[in-house]
Design a protein around this ligand. Structure first.
Ligand code: ADP
Ligand code: MG
Length: 287
């Protein structure tokens, strides 16, 4: 009867929009007590838009020119920040020597100039106009990205994302099942806190680099927790594999989908709640 019930559970999961890699995954799902959620693309839509561009005029580039160079450097990146910058630029020049720095940004040669786009701490040495722009963007809950041209900080681009309308419901559902949600992101603390408040998450781990996501999961496991990780990005793949249960967004990258034990086909977080309920119901049948 055991394998039959598991098969039925797996089939029922597919109907709910949850693809389960193997019958043993249901047992893991039932044991979970902590759910770590990636922010961008998991709790939020992952579709970012440029809110503002502030330039330091001592370098003689206006915001359109800065955005154009940034878009060139970002043109081959699939990161939500990159997509937003490319959409906002009027023209996108070709780039060479493109270097992707996961969780940090990108570097490339555009128009014969060395262009860096990424986290403020990737660039450093910001003039006060740009440092103020970073602080203002982050206070507003946005993500501030610095554009440096020939290693000189030139502009700050503020990008922002929207919370999925299903996220707050999903978080409430996880709590009702007795699970603790934790938000984990490479983004800045203020943007992370803003999203956490909107969806009802109390615990936030922000500014975490891709390797740091793995150690964050391992730390929680060392506390004796059984940890599920939900993510969508290339930068989440290692954390998904480390977690006791990896849930990938079906709308996310192939790397995340491969690393997960379970896929939320429609990218709807509420189906994670359905998966936990299903695992409990299925394994109750077995006993
Ligand atoms: P998350 O954990 O929210 O999915 P990431 O780890 O992918 O975020 O990225 C963390 C931060 O690094 C972003 O908030 C952004 O500031 C910066 N970053 C990452 N990739 C890029 C990129 N291609 N262009 C600009 N900034 C980037
Ligand atoms: Mg993500």
């Amino acid at each position: 009867a055991t394998p039959t019930a598991l098969l039925v559970g797996t089939g029922r999961g597919a109907q709910l929009g949850v693809l389960i890699k193997g019958p043993e995954v249901l047992e893991q799902t039932r044991r979970v007590d902590t759910v770590v959620l990636d922010k961008t693309g998991t709790v939020t839509t992952g579709v970012m838009t440029v809110r503002s561009v502030v330039t330091d005029d001592s370098l003689g580039l206006d915001s359109a020119a800065a955005l154009r160079l940034a878009a060139g450097a970002e043109s081959r990146s699939e990161h939500p920040v990159a997509r937003a910058i490319v959409r906002a630029a009027r023209t996108v020049p070709a780039a060479t020597n493109v270097e992707n720095l996961p969780g940090l940004g990108v570097r490339a040669t555009v128009d014969g100039r060395r262009v860096t786009v990424g986290r403020p701490d990737l660039v450093g040495g910001l003039p006060s106009t740009l440092a103020d722009a970073v602080a203002a963007a982050e206070t507003a809950g946005a993500t501030a990205v610095v554009v440096a041209v020939d290693d000189r900080p030139t502009a700050v681009v503020a990008v922002a994302d929207t919370v999925k309308d299903t996220s707050a419901d999903a978080i409430r559902g996880l709590r009702d099942l007795g699970l603790e949600p934790i938000l984990l992101t490479g983004d800045n603390a203020a943007a992370a806190q803003d999203v956490a408040t909107r969806v009802g998450i109390d615990r936030v781990l922000a500014g975490v680099l891709p390797e740091g996501k793995v150690s964050a999961i391992a730390d929680l496991q060392r506390e004796g927790r059984v940890v599920a990780m939900v993510g969508d990005g290339v930068n989440d793949a290692a954390a998904l594999a480390t977690a006791d249960l990896g849930l990938s967004m079906g709308t996310g990258t192939d790397a995340a989908i491969e690393a997960g034990d379970l896929t939320l086909v429609r990218g709807d977080l509420r189906t994670a709640v359905d998966a936990v309920r299903l695992s409990r119901a299925t394994l109750r049948t077995i006993r």
